[in-house]
Design a protein. Structure first.
Length: 543
């Protein structure tokens, strides 16, 4: 069986040094009010990951140490999170918290330093502290919902399915909202893009058109000079070509007389070919000039002026940049039109996921209602065992149709402790003693689903007495059969059920105050019970 077997405390609050050995069953800690009983619980809380501050260190000391030894069950030894800290034959977790003034705290498990957050996560299954104000946490309806959901694996599965659907629903809803907000802006942008595209496209600008027009304008201004020069060049080249042909026949005749002159023929023979190429270029140029002579210089000037105005209007440096801009505008318009189409698709998707979310929400609600009926019956039985003879308890699950991350249900724990009284939310039960017992009954049921082997009760008997206190003692004794139970109490009706009984004393001198704790033998325990009730006769009555 897993349990806390040893606790060492040094320089904590008003404790110099104590070492306690714990066994299974029900262990009680008693003592006068203010003796320091709850300090033991506070020390264990530090082992379970509660944060610490320098004011916890004993006055005049610079550091404090809390060390606890938890013996693990064979099942816990196989848990991966524990195996990281255990040797092969080891079955104990030694947890140490050291706090030094001005330097913060250190947490270690079996000698390994670990972050406080990791410590808290690791030891959560080992022990739970239930304080005298624990019932206040049950006032929180979010916690009530969490408790209900933790009871059933079927609820957990339904909740996981619902959450996956819910987050998808919220994602689509958010995208659609943004899309709808931008709809008017989208229409305005599309209309402006249409105007710009039409404005540019209707003029059918061509790549390097401006460069070609500039060249043509320059040529037209020198059209006559160009034409005359070309005619003269063609005439001269044709003469040269004719002279070359005549020269070839003469060179051939000369080379037959003197072979060394044959090389001249090779040079002269290549001239007609090169001249013909130049003549072809010039004649084509002559045709271009003939075409230009038919065009109006005003048309060229007008087109160039249009191009200049569009470059300035759209802040580009060339026709090529203007055409690139036109392509970009068309692409942007296509994206905007695609965005409009996606808005329509988002609306379809939202309706579809909304229908699915509604089904998941309904299934989750139905499962919660079914489980809440079972839990309510169990808690009612536990309350009867704690001297609520005619109580009523019910977990209300109301579907409010407003989707949240945990569904669309309002969950409320309702109780009636007296016959004829209506069920009311648990937070409206006035008596602190009643709240403590109701809390114990609820804890008893839910601990079954999330078992913790070491339970520490810190004055949960506040506000009760008489037979009710005996019932609480019987309840604690009963659950200590399967779990280790530590209980700080001021009631002899509870202390009488102890397997082990510690008494806490506070000793004050002129210079200091310190707390001592000692384990009582059976006879000493009887004397402590007598002290608690004020006389031997009363002890006999509660046996």
């Amino acid at each position: 069986m897993q349990m806390l077997t040893h606790l060492r405390i040094e320089n904590f609050a008003i404790i110099d040094r104590v070492e306690l050995d714990f066994s299974s069953g029900l262990t009680v800690l008693t003592g006068e009010t203010g003796a320091g009983k709850s300090i033991i619980v506070d020390a264990i809380a530090l082992l379970l990951g509660r944060s610490a501050s320098d004011d916890l260190i004993k006055t005049s000391e610079q550091s404090m140490v809390i060390e606890g030894v938890f013996k693990l069950s064979s099942k816990q030894k196989s848990v991966a999170s524990f195996r990281d800290y255990l040797d092969e034959d080891q079955d104990e977790l030694i947890i140490l918290r050291r706090l030094t003034r001005g330097k913060g705290s250190i947490a270690r498990i079996n000698g390994q330093t670990i972050p406080l957050k990791v410590l808290k996560q690791l030891v959560t299954p080992l022990a739970a502290i239930i304080g005298q104000h624990e019932h206040l946490s049950l006032f929180d309806e979010e916690l009530q919902l969490t408790l209900l959901d933790s009871f059933s694996n079927k609820i957990k599965k339904e909740l996981d399915d619902y959450k996956a659907c819910f987050f998808r629903y919220k994602d689509i809803q958010s995208k659609l909202s943004l899309s709808q907000q931008d709809q008017s802006e989208l229409i305005r942008k599309t209309e402006f893009l249409d105007f710009q595209i039409k404005d540019i496209a209707e003029h059918d600008f061509q790549q390097k058109e401006d460069e070609d027009l500039e060249r043509q304008r320059k040529e037209m201004k020198n059209l006559n000079d160009l034409n005359d020069s070309i005619v003269d060049l063609i005439t001269n080249l044709e003469k040269i070509s004719l002279l070359g042909s005549e020269s070839i026949s003469k060179i051939n005749k000369l080379s037959s007389i003197d072979p060394e002159c044959g090389d001249l023929g090779d040079y002269i023979e290549s001239l007609p070919i090169e001249i013909d190429e130049r003549l072809s270029f010039l004649k084509n140029k002559q045709q271009d000039l003939a075409y230009l002579s038919e065009a109006s210089i005003d048309d060229i000037e007008s087109r160039l002026d249009l191009i200049f105005r569009f470059k300035k209007k759209y802040k580009v440096n060339s026709i090529l940049e203007l055409l690139d801009l036109l392509a970009a505008l068309r692409s942007e318009k296509q994206k905007l039109e695609s965005g409009a189409a996606s808005t329509e698709q988002l609306e379809v998707d939202l309706q579809s996921i909304s229908n699915l979310l509604s089904r998941h929400s309904q299934k989750l609600s139905e499962e919660r209602k079914a489980v809440s009926a079972i839990i309510s019956l169990e808690i009612k039985k536990k309350m009867h065992g704690l001297n609520f003879d005619q109580c009523a308890f019910n977990i209300s699950v109301e579907n409010i149709k407003e989707y949240g991350v945990n569904g669309a249900d309002d969950v409320s724990f309702l109780v009636s402790t007296n016959p004829g009284e209506p069920l009311k939310p648990i937070q409206k039960v006035a008596s602190g003693g009643e709240l403590s017992r109701i809390m114990l009954a609820i804890k008893a049921v839910f601990i079954k689903q999330n078992p913790v082997n070491t339970l520490i009760f810190d004055e949960v008997d506040t506000g009760v007495g008489g037979v009710t206190a005996v019932k609480i003692g019987e309840y604690l004794k009963l659950i200590s059969v399967g779990s280790q139970v530590l209980c700080v109490t001021h009631l002899p009706q509870i202390a009488k059920f102890a397997t082990s009984h510690y008494v806490v004393n506070k000793e004050a001198t002129v210079d200091s105050t310190k707390t001592t704790i000692r384990l009582l033998a059976a006879a000493q325990a009887q004397k402590e019970l007598q002290r608690m009730v004020g006389g031997k006769e009363v002890v006999e009555l509660i046996k």
